[in-house]
Design a binder for this molecule. Structure first.
Ligand SMILES: CC(C)(COP(=O)(O)OP(=O)(O)OC[C@H]1O[C@@H](n2cnc3c(N)ncnc32)[C@H](O)[C@@H]1OP(=O)(O)O)[C@@H](O)C(=O)NCCC(=O)NCCS
Length: 215
């Protein structure tokens, strides 16, 4: 195949991937909805009152969390980036992205779809690729949710998943609803809903028998 043919194929692959990324990113929630849910979920996981009464309550708690919770301000910058990019605003999305990284090392790529209501306790997270993250998810520090070489499709992290500190979730895998990814695990296979998975490569822990019924 000649140089021109290779170039044409390369350009059309890049365009197709960008289109796919834009389609996926369009499924991101709106700014107000996302931040309100992030406030509530952050309060819930911090053991604070999380049933918020009105928009002023959300605003008050949002400002409070931006001051008190290590990565909340960065998370708001990320939500801002998504909203600005969706409106086609130039330059500012890149500024918001840099701010999220400068504040708490929150690096979430453009094609990522992050449902409303995610808790990032301390920052130091990388999420990238054609990747989806559900609601009620906790992203502990020093994690990567992203790609394996040669494939732009990333993980699907279900609702209620806890991604343990230092872990990596790599490639086109599904982490089922309510699963726990153990600290320092490297997940390269699907994780069943509700399972706890540990190790390198990660394997699910045997399920424990439910507690015996009280007599
Ligand atoms: C994976 C995890 C959810 C399992 O919790 P659990 O269901 O209560 O499991 P247990 O503590 O009873 O451990 C069960 C077994 O898994 C092992 N195990 C637990 N966590 C492990 C991990 N991260 N890596 C490797 N093995 C692990 C235990 O040693 C134990 O092994 P054994 O049966 O041979 O004794 C938890 O250990 C974990 O890693 N949570 C992440 C917490 C975190 O990241 N916090 C961040 C704070 S900033």
């Amino acid at each position: 195949m000649g140089f021109t043919d290779t170039l044409k194929r390369n350009v059309s692959e890049v365009r197709a991937r960008r289109r796919q990324g834009r389609e996926l990113a369009a499924r991101n929630p709106g700014f107000a909805e996302a931040v309100a849910a992030d406030v509530a979920v952050t309060c819930k996981f911090r053991g604070e009152r999380w049933e918020l009464t009105d928009k002023w309550d959300v605003l008050f708690n949002g400002v409070r969390l931006a001051l008190n919770s290590d990565a909340f301000a960065a998370q708001v910058c990320y939500r801002g980036k998504v909203a600005l990019r969706r409106r086609g605003v130039p330059v500012l999305p890149a500024v918001a992205h840099r701010m999220a990284m400068a504040l708490s090392d929150v690096c979430i790529g453009d094609p990522v779809v992050m449902a409303p209501g995610v808790y990032i306790p301390h920052g130091q997270v990388v999420v990238d690729g054609l990747t989806e993250v559900g609601s009620d998810v906790i992203l502990f520090p020093w994690i990567t949710i992203g790609l394996r070489a040669g494939n732009f499709n990333g993980p699907t992290v279900g609702d209620g998943v806890h991604v343990g500190t230092g872990s990596r979730v790599l490639g086109q895998v599904k982490v089922g609803t309510g699963a726990y990814v153990g600290a320092n695990a490297v997940v390269i296979d699907d994780v069943p809903a509700g399972a706890a998975t540990v190790g390198v490569p990660a394997t699910p822990l045997p399920r424990r028998d439910p507690a015996p019924a009280a007599r």
